[in-house]
Design a protein around this ligand. Structure first.
Ligand code: ATP
Ligand code: MG
Length: 378
């Protein structure tokens, strides 16, 4: 069992003027499943490759079990890695690819066979074991790469978008397999994805990055319910959180399209933080935007008239996009029991004022974050 720490890690590639990763700090406890998530180019693979020892760390310390290992070579770090471009050995069969790490470590042939057979079953690869990588589809190759890593029990698993080539159904099944194997083995796993659903469903803690910088580290629930800034708020959750700029004054929030009365708690928070009479950005998830008599009666000071512009039918619910100038779209998720909405139809929308977020208009930092973070720590 191991613990690892990254202290003030920075990375600047020799041919680049800017840092690809800046001031990355985290302590990871034994057995944790950490997901690095963020948009393309934000520095996820670079961070993983520094941990793997495949890229030099420009500044900072990488520590395993209390020892700084910056200069320890990749092969001596006891890491199993699945690369974003799954580099398989082309001349070896699937069976030999998966068993290779065990062979290198001098496992007896019969034991290697058992391990490879078991992992292949979990990853639906049994019927392909004698094929060469070039005779496989992209998704099958990706599962071989995953099997090659998961067959071992290292100190650390590093996985860079290991499911990106799988179809939706196989992604969900393999996601569950990875989580199960992680629990069985108990080794730290650092998993990179740009898919926020994978991050939410698999992580013990998520590290959300943007442009080389860590935006927030926390459990999926913390990031979803208490985003530190508007970037985190809009990245986590589908459809994206609505953020709309307006003015807070005398308990009310007014923007171009509507005026609503805020909850007493939110009024107190905004007053105490000195926002009365000032510009703020209101954040509302689609689940806080409702329609129908029931909601109009529950939140009479939070209703406004608008027009439906588009809708996405999802079975149990419908995402409806409304006109909310100056924003083009305002998404609400209308569930069963709420009226059907036709495109171009006028509708009364209700904002559930018990579920709102507020961000400073200039810094985009969450105004409620410091208060709620204290609640999470209780
Ligand atoms: N070898 C390199 N030399 C110079 N710059 C690089 C190199 N590798 C990556 N970068 C730059 O570093 C930044 C981070 O890249 P990285 O590959 O870590 O992103 P990522 O978050 O993994 O993105 P993706 O989701 O697209 O895989 C990018 O701006 C990229 O162009
Ligand atoms: Mg990458």
């Amino acid at each position: 069992m191991s613990k690892i720490s990254l202290r003030n890690i920075n990375k600047k590639y020799p041919n680049s003027d800017t840092y690809s990763v800046s001031n990355f700090n985290i302590d990871i406890e034994e057995g944790e499943f950490i997901v690095l998530v963020g948009p393309s180019g934000c520095g996820k693979s670079t961070t993983l490759r520094m941990i793997a020892g495949l890229e030099d760390i420009t500044e900072g310390e990488f520590i395993i079990d209390g020892k700084v290992v910056n200069s320890v070579s990749s092969k001596d770090r006891d890491i199993a890695m699945v690369f974003q471009s799954y580099a398989l050995y082309p001349h070896m069969s699937v069976r030999d690819n998966i068993g290779y790490g065990l062979k290198l470590r001098n496992y007896p042939a019969s034991e290697i066979k058992d391990h490879v057979d078991n992992i292949s079953k979990d990853l639906f690869l049994t019927e392909y074991l004698e094929r060469k990588p070039k005779e496989l589809s992209g998704g099958q190759r990706q599962r071989v790469a995953l099997g090659r890593a998961m067959v071992r029990t290292p100190k650390l698993y590093l996985m860079d978008e290991p499911l990106s080539n799988l179809d939706a159904k196989l992604r969900t099944t393999t996601r569950t397999e990875i989580s199960r194997m992680h629990r069985d083995k108990g080794a730290i796993t650092i998993y990179v994805t740009h898919d926020q659903v994978e991050a939410m469903t698999m992580a013990d803690r998520i590290v959300l990055m943007s442009m080389g910088e860590v935006q927030q580290i926390g459990t999926p629930k913390e990031l979803f319910t208490n985003p530190k800034n508007s970037f985190v708020a809009t990245f986590m959750g589908m459809p994206s959180m609505n953020i709309i700029e307006g003015v807070y004054e005398g308990g009310q929030f007014t923007c171009h399209s509507f005026t609503i009365t805020l909850s007493e708690e939110d009024q107190r928070i905004l007053n105490n933080a000195g926002y009365n009479g000032k510009s703020v950005c209101l954040g509302a998830r689609s689940s806080a935007i409702r329609s129908g008599k029931k909601y109009e009666e529950a939140f009479p000071d939070c209703c406004f008239e608008t027009t439906a512009l588009n809708s996405e039918y999802l079975g149990d619910s419908v995402n409806v996009f409304f006109d909310a100038a100056p924003m083009n779209m305002f998404a609400g998720t209308l569930g069963t029991g709420e009226p059907d909405v036709e495109i171009d139809e006028k509708i009364t929308l209700v904002i559930d004022n018990t579920k709102l977020h507020f961000f400073d208009s200039d810094t985009q930092e969450s105004i409620k974050y410091p208060i709620k973070v204290a609640e999470f720590q209780k």
